[in-house]
Design a binder for this molecule. Structure first.
Ligand SMILES: [Zn+2]
Length: 91
């Protein structure tokens, strides 16, 4: 399942440090509140399919407004479809 990245609407969340990732199904609605502190959040990149777990064609990815990445090496992902940063760096 894709990983969604969230960021707070304002300020920093004391629980999650301002940013957190959530694994959700594609058709799950976006979270509007931080699950840890109930502050308003918004989805930054939706969704990020890490490791090729999301079996979508690039055309499907773009049509649905998704961003798809493929893993280049440990912690480095290259965008293969959609709008978003060309590369992601994750731990
Ligand atoms: Zn939080």
């Amino acid at each position: 399942m894709p990983i969604y990245q969230y960021a707070p609407e304002a300020g920093n969340c004391p629980q999650c440090g301002g940013h957190f990732d959530v694994i959700q199904k594609i058709d799950d609605p976006p979270l509007t509140l931080c699950p840890q502190c109930d502050r308003p959040v918004h989805r930054e990149i939706c969704p990020v399919a890490l490791g090729g777990s999301l079996q979508l064609q690039p055309s499907d990815v773009e049509r649905n407004g998704f961003v798809q990445y493929r893993r280049l090496e440990h912690g480095v992902y290259e965008k293969t479809a959609g709008k978003g940063p060309d590369h992601l760096f994750a731990d």
